[in-house]
Design a protein around this ligand. Structure first.
Ligand code: NAP
Length: 248
């Protein structure tokens, strides 16, 4: 099938973790999956290869979420290939933790740029073709930290709370064009982002999860696929919590 007849899915941060699972969950013979990453070139090629080997189409591009120029190039590449954007998943994220009195302004700025401003730029870049098409799905990966706060993560939780506001405003502005915008707020999910935590901290978090175990990237990816499906056509401006009951 010609690529411009396929559904175009853009996922930020698709080389590892939740983003990689989202790319795999969307990939099939009727979709073109474009994702970016920061520096994990080898892991990005593995994601790309796994999808292409299974008969799908995937392309991973190095593009820093903190660079508007990089993101413009990333989106232009996708538009040149298929001429449309059906689904945008703003997933890329990073942390630079420290307690607030010791947090450096540079760490605040970088976390806001990557987690929030990058998502704003991608939303802008996707909105135009989606408005022309009169259809589109925007899914923002926020966090339990953006809803409940988390000591040591003033920058990250502020950025993730900002994503909730961005989601709701996007939903209101674009609803009349048949474009939905929703957020997914994962709790504790086993990925590279959480594997750096001390074992004692991990056990302490898991002990607080009512379901008693950590989530997997697939638990989040399944919700993203649902939100992009026809079954979710009337859901917009919502935050879906995927956390085993850790925050209700
Ligand atoms: P992860 O395993 O650390 O993967 C992060 C992904 O984002 C990677 O693909 C990484 O690319 C990409 N990325 C990071 N900074 C980037 C930048 N400046 N430019 C472009 N790409 C960048 O993280 P994860 O756990 O899968 O998290 C995915 C999303 O879920 C994030 O938004 C995170 O905040 C959110 N989340 C995660 C959890 C959790 O428990 N894991 C909980 C709540 C919310 P490289 O591979 O090149 O570094």
């Amino acid at each position: 099938m010609d690529n411009n007849l396929k559904r175009t899915i853009i996922v930020t941060g698709g080389s590892r973790g939740i983003g990689r699972s989202i790319c795999l969950a969307f990939a099939d013979k009727n979709t073109c999956v474009f994702f970016n990453y920061l520096s994990s070139e080898r892991q990005a090629s593995l994601t790309e290869k796994e999808i292409n080997d299974a008969g799908g189409f995937a392309r991973g591009i190095q593009a820093d979420m903190g660079s508007e120029q990089d993101l413009e190039k990333f989106f232009k590449g996708a538009m040149d290939e298929t001429g449309r954007i059906d689904v945008l998943v703003n997933n890329a994220g990073m942390t630079k933790d420290s307690l607030l009195p010791r947090m450096k302004s540079g760490d605040w700025d970088r976390v806001m740029d990557v987690n929030l401003k990058g998502a704003f730029i991608c939303t802008k870049l996707a909105a135009r073709p989606m408005m022309r098409q009169k259809s589109g799905r925007i899914i923002n990966i926020t966090s339990i930290a953006g809803i409940a706060g988390n000591p040591g993560q003033a920058n990250y939780s502020a950025a993730k709370a900002g994503l909730v506001g961005l989601t709701k405003t996007t939903a209101l502005e674009l609803a009349s064009r048949n474009i939905t915008a929703n957020a997914i707020a994962p709790g504790y999910i086993e990925t590279g982002m959480t594997e750096g935590l001390a074992e004692s901290r991990t056990s302490e978090i898991i002990a607080r999860i009512p379901m008693g175990f950590a989530g997997t990237p697939q638990d989040v990816a399944g919700v993203a696929v649902f939100l992009a499906s026809d079954a979710a056509r009337y859901i917009t401006g919502q935050v879906i919590h995927v956390n085993g009951g850790l925050y209700t």
